[in-house]
Design a protein around this ligand. Structure first.
Ligand code: AKB
Length: 324
Protein backbone atom coordinates (compact mmCIF):
# COMPACT_ATOMS: atom_id res chain seq x y z
CA UNK A 1 0.00 0.00 0.00
CA UNK A 2 1.23 3.49 -0.83
CA UNK A 3 0.21 6.75 0.80
CA UNK A 4 0.80 9.64 -1.56
CA UNK A 5 0.71 13.42 -1.24
CA UNK A 6 0.23 15.43 -4.44
CA UNK A 7 1.31 19.04 -3.93
CA UNK A 8 -0.40 21.24 -6.53
CA UNK A 9 -3.16 18.70 -7.11
CA UNK A 10 -5.56 21.14 -8.78
CA UNK A 11 -3.15 22.27 -11.51
CA UNK A 12 -2.76 21.08 -15.09
CA UNK A 13 -0.86 17.87 -14.25
CA UNK A 14 -2.11 17.42 -10.68
CA UNK A 15 -5.80 17.11 -11.55
CA UNK A 16 -5.29 14.06 -13.75
CA UNK A 17 -2.36 12.59 -11.84
CA UNK A 18 -4.23 12.58 -8.51
CA UNK A 19 -7.24 10.79 -10.01
CA UNK A 20 -5.04 8.21 -11.74
CA UNK A 21 -3.07 7.55 -8.54
CA UNK A 22 -6.36 7.01 -6.71
CA UNK A 23 -7.41 4.51 -9.36
CA UNK A 24 -4.11 2.63 -9.02
CA UNK A 25 -3.39 2.62 -5.28
CA UNK A 26 -5.51 1.57 -2.33
CA UNK A 27 -3.80 3.87 0.21
CA UNK A 28 -4.49 7.54 0.81
CA UNK A 29 -3.81 9.81 -2.16
CA UNK A 30 -4.02 13.27 -0.61
CA UNK A 31 -4.87 16.21 -2.85
CA UNK A 32 -2.67 19.06 -1.57
CA UNK A 33 -3.93 22.50 -2.56
CA UNK A 34 -3.60 26.16 -1.67
CA UNK A 35 -6.54 28.36 -0.65
CA UNK A 36 -8.15 29.77 -3.79
CA UNK A 37 -7.36 26.61 -5.77
CA UNK A 38 -9.56 24.11 -3.91
CA UNK A 39 -10.30 20.68 -5.43
CA UNK A 40 -13.77 20.31 -6.91
CA UNK A 41 -16.01 17.55 -8.30
CA UNK A 42 -14.45 14.10 -8.59
CA UNK A 43 -11.10 15.33 -7.26
CA UNK A 44 -12.77 16.50 -4.05
CA UNK A 45 -15.12 13.55 -3.69
CA UNK A 46 -12.75 10.66 -4.46
CA UNK A 47 -10.23 11.08 -1.61
CA UNK A 48 -8.73 13.20 1.14
CA UNK A 49 -7.56 16.76 0.60
CA UNK A 50 -5.35 19.06 2.69
CA UNK A 51 -4.08 22.61 2.51
CA UNK A 52 -0.40 22.26 1.62
CA UNK A 53 1.38 25.45 0.61
CA UNK A 54 4.82 24.42 -0.60
CA UNK A 55 6.34 27.56 0.89
CA UNK A 56 5.26 26.36 4.38
CA UNK A 57 7.48 23.44 5.43
CA UNK A 58 5.27 22.76 8.45
CA UNK A 59 2.16 22.26 6.34
CA UNK A 60 3.99 19.69 4.21
CA UNK A 61 5.31 17.87 7.31
CA UNK A 62 1.86 17.90 8.98
CA UNK A 63 0.21 16.28 5.93
CA UNK A 64 3.02 13.72 5.61
CA UNK A 65 2.71 12.74 9.30
CA UNK A 66 -1.09 12.75 9.39
CA UNK A 67 -1.52 10.51 6.33
CA UNK A 68 1.71 8.48 6.80
CA UNK A 69 2.87 9.58 3.36
CA UNK A 70 5.67 7.63 1.69
CA UNK A 71 5.70 9.37 -1.72
CA UNK A 72 5.32 13.05 -2.61
CA UNK A 73 4.53 14.28 -6.12
CA UNK A 74 5.62 17.91 -6.03
CA UNK A 75 3.83 19.72 -8.86
CA UNK A 76 3.90 23.27 -7.51
CA UNK A 77 5.45 25.67 -10.06
CA UNK A 78 4.95 28.82 -12.08
CA UNK A 79 5.21 28.04 -15.80
CA UNK A 80 7.86 29.66 -17.98
CA UNK A 81 6.21 32.87 -19.20
CA UNK A 82 4.66 33.71 -15.80
CA UNK A 83 7.99 32.96 -14.12
CA UNK A 84 9.62 35.65 -16.29
CA UNK A 85 7.00 38.15 -15.10
CA UNK A 86 7.28 37.07 -11.44
CA UNK A 87 10.85 35.73 -11.06
CA UNK A 88 10.99 36.19 -7.28
CA UNK A 89 7.82 34.15 -6.76
CA UNK A 90 9.06 31.54 -9.23
CA UNK A 91 12.21 31.10 -7.12
CA UNK A 92 10.21 30.94 -3.88
CA UNK A 93 7.98 28.15 -5.21
CA UNK A 94 10.48 26.35 -7.45
CA UNK A 95 13.59 26.40 -5.24
CA UNK A 96 12.61 27.32 -1.66
CA UNK A 97 9.49 25.17 -2.02
CA UNK A 98 11.44 22.20 -3.34
CA UNK A 99 13.95 22.61 -0.50
CA UNK A 100 11.04 22.37 1.98
CA UNK A 101 9.76 19.20 0.30
CA UNK A 102 13.21 17.59 0.29
CA UNK A 103 13.80 18.44 3.95
CA UNK A 104 10.49 16.85 4.91
CA UNK A 105 11.34 13.84 2.73
CA UNK A 106 14.76 13.54 4.37
CA UNK A 107 13.46 13.71 7.93
CA UNK A 108 10.24 11.71 7.47
CA UNK A 109 11.42 9.24 4.83
CA UNK A 110 9.52 9.89 1.57
CA UNK A 111 10.31 9.42 -2.11
CA UNK A 112 9.89 12.59 -4.19
CA UNK A 113 8.87 13.19 -7.81
CA UNK A 114 9.36 16.77 -9.07
CA UNK A 115 8.80 17.46 -12.76
CA UNK A 116 11.58 19.18 -14.63
CA UNK A 117 11.16 20.59 -18.13
CA UNK A 118 12.66 21.18 -21.56
CA UNK A 119 13.13 24.64 -19.99
CA UNK A 120 16.43 23.42 -18.45
CA UNK A 121 18.02 23.82 -21.87
CA UNK A 122 19.24 27.10 -23.37
CA UNK A 123 20.69 28.65 -26.48
CA UNK A 124 24.00 26.75 -26.24
CA UNK A 125 22.37 23.33 -25.97
CA UNK A 126 22.34 21.15 -29.10
CA UNK A 127 18.91 21.83 -30.66
CA UNK A 128 18.06 18.59 -32.42
CA UNK A 129 17.74 15.26 -30.64
CA UNK A 130 19.05 17.03 -27.53
CA UNK A 131 20.99 14.41 -25.54
CA UNK A 132 20.21 13.39 -21.97
CA UNK A 133 23.52 14.67 -20.60
CA UNK A 134 24.40 17.99 -22.20
CA UNK A 135 24.71 21.73 -21.58
CA UNK A 136 21.97 23.14 -19.34
CA UNK A 137 22.35 26.91 -19.30
CA UNK A 138 18.89 28.48 -19.48
CA UNK A 139 18.48 32.24 -19.31
CA UNK A 140 14.95 32.16 -17.88
CA UNK A 141 14.00 32.02 -14.20
CA UNK A 142 11.86 28.96 -14.96
CA UNK A 143 14.89 27.21 -16.45
CA UNK A 144 17.16 28.32 -13.60
CA UNK A 145 14.78 26.86 -11.01
CA UNK A 146 14.38 23.65 -13.01
CA UNK A 147 18.17 23.14 -13.37
CA UNK A 148 18.60 24.07 -9.70
CA UNK A 149 15.81 21.65 -8.81
CA UNK A 150 17.46 18.81 -10.72
CA UNK A 151 20.80 19.45 -8.99
CA UNK A 152 19.27 19.80 -5.53
CA UNK A 153 17.21 16.63 -5.98
CA UNK A 154 20.29 14.68 -7.07
CA UNK A 155 22.17 16.12 -4.08
CA UNK A 156 19.52 14.85 -1.66
CA UNK A 157 19.72 11.41 -3.27
CA UNK A 158 23.53 11.23 -3.19
CA UNK A 159 24.05 12.87 0.21
CA UNK A 160 21.02 11.66 2.18
CA UNK A 161 19.63 8.73 0.18
CA UNK A 162 16.28 10.45 -0.49
CA UNK A 163 14.64 8.61 -3.42
CA UNK A 164 14.26 11.56 -5.81
CA UNK A 165 13.23 11.06 -9.45
CA UNK A 166 12.17 13.37 -12.26
CA UNK A 167 11.45 13.78 -15.96
CA UNK A 168 11.94 16.77 -18.25
CA UNK A 169 8.42 17.29 -19.50
CA UNK A 170 7.83 18.86 -22.90
CA UNK A 171 4.65 20.87 -23.61
CA UNK A 172 1.72 18.94 -22.14
CA UNK A 173 -1.62 18.82 -23.94
CA UNK A 174 -4.84 17.99 -22.14
CA UNK A 175 -8.60 18.43 -22.57
CA UNK A 176 -9.19 18.56 -18.81
CA UNK A 177 -7.35 21.19 -16.74
CA UNK A 178 -5.88 24.03 -18.83
CA UNK A 179 -2.25 25.14 -18.41
CA UNK A 180 -1.53 28.79 -17.59
CA UNK A 181 1.45 30.99 -18.27
CA UNK A 182 3.50 28.47 -20.25
CA UNK A 183 5.31 28.86 -23.56
CA UNK A 184 3.72 25.72 -24.99
CA UNK A 185 0.14 26.68 -23.95
CA UNK A 186 -0.66 27.50 -27.59
CA UNK A 187 -0.68 23.77 -28.35
CA UNK A 188 -3.65 23.39 -25.99
CA UNK A 189 -5.43 26.66 -26.88
CA UNK A 190 -5.41 25.76 -30.59
CA UNK A 191 -7.71 22.78 -29.90
CA UNK A 192 -10.18 24.92 -27.89
CA UNK A 193 -10.39 27.41 -30.80
CA UNK A 194 -10.89 24.59 -33.32
CA UNK A 195 -13.73 23.02 -31.31
CA UNK A 196 -15.40 26.40 -30.73
CA UNK A 197 -15.27 27.10 -34.48
CA UNK A 198 -13.04 30.14 -33.95
CA UNK A 199 -9.95 31.28 -35.81
CA UNK A 200 -6.81 30.64 -33.73
CA UNK A 201 -4.35 33.49 -33.26
CA UNK A 202 -1.03 31.80 -32.57
CA UNK A 203 1.53 33.50 -30.26
CA UNK A 204 4.39 31.26 -31.47
CA UNK A 205 5.83 31.66 -34.98
CA UNK A 206 5.48 29.07 -37.74
CA UNK A 207 8.58 26.88 -37.91
CA UNK A 208 9.18 26.93 -34.13
CA UNK A 209 9.56 23.27 -33.21
CA UNK A 210 9.15 22.06 -29.62
CA UNK A 211 8.49 18.67 -28.07
CA UNK A 212 4.92 17.91 -26.97
CA UNK A 213 3.12 15.10 -25.16
CA UNK A 214 -0.50 14.12 -24.52
CA UNK A 215 -1.36 14.19 -20.80
CA UNK A 216 -2.13 10.45 -20.38
CA UNK A 217 1.46 9.74 -21.48
CA UNK A 218 2.81 12.36 -19.06
CA UNK A 219 0.87 10.81 -16.16
CA UNK A 220 2.11 7.37 -17.09
CA UNK A 221 5.71 8.65 -17.31
CA UNK A 222 5.58 10.06 -13.77
CA UNK A 223 4.02 6.94 -12.25
CA UNK A 224 6.14 4.50 -14.22
CA UNK A 225 9.36 6.27 -13.21
CA UNK A 226 8.36 6.23 -9.53
CA UNK A 227 7.63 2.49 -9.84
CA UNK A 228 10.89 1.75 -11.70
CA UNK A 229 13.46 -0.67 -10.30
CA UNK A 230 16.07 1.65 -8.69
CA UNK A 231 18.91 -0.72 -9.57
CA UNK A 232 18.32 0.05 -13.28
CA UNK A 233 18.46 3.85 -12.89
CA UNK A 234 21.71 5.41 -14.07
CA UNK A 235 20.04 8.83 -14.02
CA UNK A 236 17.51 10.31 -11.62
CA UNK A 237 16.99 14.05 -12.00
CA UNK A 238 15.88 14.31 -14.69
CA UNK A 239 15.12 12.09 -17.70
CA UNK A 240 14.42 13.49 -21.18
CA UNK A 241 10.97 12.25 -22.31
CA UNK A 242 9.07 13.12 -25.46
CA UNK A 243 6.23 11.91 -27.66
CA UNK A 244 6.38 14.23 -30.69
CA UNK A 245 8.09 17.35 -32.00
CA UNK A 246 5.91 19.86 -33.86
CA UNK A 247 5.45 23.48 -34.86
CA UNK A 248 2.10 25.34 -35.03
CA UNK A 249 1.63 24.52 -38.74
CA UNK A 250 1.90 20.79 -38.13
CA UNK A 251 -0.69 20.86 -35.33
CA UNK A 252 -2.97 23.05 -37.46
CA UNK A 253 -2.69 20.59 -40.39
CA UNK A 254 -3.54 17.70 -38.08
CA UNK A 255 -6.68 19.55 -36.86
CA UNK A 256 -7.70 20.37 -40.45
CA UNK A 257 -7.94 16.65 -41.22
CA UNK A 258 -10.98 16.69 -38.88
CA UNK A 259 -12.14 20.31 -39.29
CA UNK A 260 -11.19 21.37 -42.85
CA UNK A 261 -12.39 24.99 -42.36
CA UNK A 262 -10.16 25.62 -39.32
CA UNK A 263 -7.99 28.72 -39.76
CA UNK A 264 -4.98 30.12 -37.94
CA UNK A 265 -3.20 33.48 -38.04
CA UNK A 266 -0.14 34.69 -36.15
CA UNK A 267 0.41 37.44 -33.57
CA UNK A 268 3.77 36.46 -32.12
CA UNK A 269 4.31 37.16 -28.41
CA UNK A 270 7.97 38.29 -28.09
CA UNK A 271 8.39 36.91 -24.54
CA UNK A 272 7.10 33.44 -25.36
CA UNK A 273 8.87 33.36 -28.73
CA UNK A 274 12.26 34.16 -27.14
CA UNK A 275 11.74 31.35 -24.64
CA UNK A 276 10.64 28.92 -27.37
CA UNK A 277 13.67 29.85 -29.50
CA UNK A 278 15.99 28.96 -26.62
CA UNK A 279 14.46 25.47 -26.17
CA UNK A 280 15.30 22.33 -28.14
CA UNK A 281 13.53 21.40 -31.38
CA UNK A 282 13.45 17.76 -30.27
CA UNK A 283 14.74 15.62 -27.41
CA UNK A 284 16.54 12.28 -27.38
CA UNK A 285 14.80 10.16 -24.74
CA UNK A 286 16.87 6.97 -25.19
CA UNK A 287 17.98 6.87 -21.53
CA UNK A 288 14.37 6.86 -20.27
CA UNK A 289 13.54 4.09 -22.75
CA UNK A 290 16.54 2.03 -21.65
CA UNK A 291 16.43 2.60 -17.88
CA UNK A 292 12.69 2.32 -17.15
CA UNK A 293 11.04 1.28 -20.42
CA UNK A 294 9.52 4.67 -21.20
CA UNK A 295 7.33 4.60 -24.28
CA UNK A 296 4.57 7.06 -25.25
CA UNK A 297 1.24 5.74 -26.53
CA UNK A 298 -0.01 8.82 -28.40
CA UNK A 299 1.46 10.38 -31.54
CA UNK A 300 0.12 13.66 -32.97
CA UNK A 301 -2.68 12.09 -35.00
CA UNK A 302 -3.95 9.93 -32.13
CA UNK A 303 -3.79 12.89 -29.77
CA UNK A 304 -5.61 15.24 -32.15
CA UNK A 305 -8.48 12.77 -32.69
CA UNK A 306 -8.96 12.29 -28.97
CA UNK A 307 -8.51 15.98 -28.06
CA UNK A 308 -11.14 17.10 -30.56
CA UNK A 309 -13.60 14.40 -29.52
CA UNK A 310 -13.24 14.84 -25.75
CA UNK A 311 -13.15 18.63 -25.89
CA UNK A 312 -16.27 18.89 -28.02
CA UNK A 313 -18.09 16.48 -25.69
CA UNK A 314 -17.02 18.49 -22.65
CA UNK A 315 -17.75 21.93 -24.08
CA UNK A 316 -21.18 20.90 -25.37
CA UNK A 317 -22.16 19.31 -22.04
CA UNK A 318 -21.02 22.50 -20.24
CA UNK A 319 -23.10 24.58 -22.67
CA UNK A 320 -26.13 22.33 -22.01
CA UNK A 321 -25.68 22.68 -18.25
CA UNK A 322 -25.47 26.47 -18.59
CA UNK A 323 -28.75 26.48 -20.55
CA UNK A 324 -30.65 24.31 -18.04
C1 AKB B 1 5.96 25.78 -20.27
O1 AKB B 1 5.67 26.05 -21.45
O2 AKB B 1 6.37 26.61 -19.46
C2 AKB B 1 5.81 24.35 -19.82
C3 AKB B 1 7.07 23.57 -20.03
C4 AKB B 1 7.44 23.09 -21.35
O3 AKB B 1 7.77 23.33 -19.09
N1 AKB B 1 4.72 23.74 -20.51
Amino acid sequence: MKNILVIGSTGQIGTELTLELRRLYTGNVVAGYIPGAEPKGELLESGPAAIVDITEERQIADAVRRYEIDTVYNLAALLSATAEIKPQLAWKIGMDGLFNVLEVARTLGCAVFTPSSIGVFGNNTPKDKTPQDTIRNPRTMYGVTKVGGELLSDYYYIRFGVDTRSVRFPGLISHIAPPGGGTTDYAVDIYYSAVRGEQFVCPIAAGTFMDMMYMPDAISAAIRLMEADPSRLQHRNAFNVTAMSCDPEIICASIRKHIPGFSMSYEVDPLRQAIADSWPNSLDDTCAREEWDWQPSFDLEAMTSEMLLKLSQRLSSEANNDRS
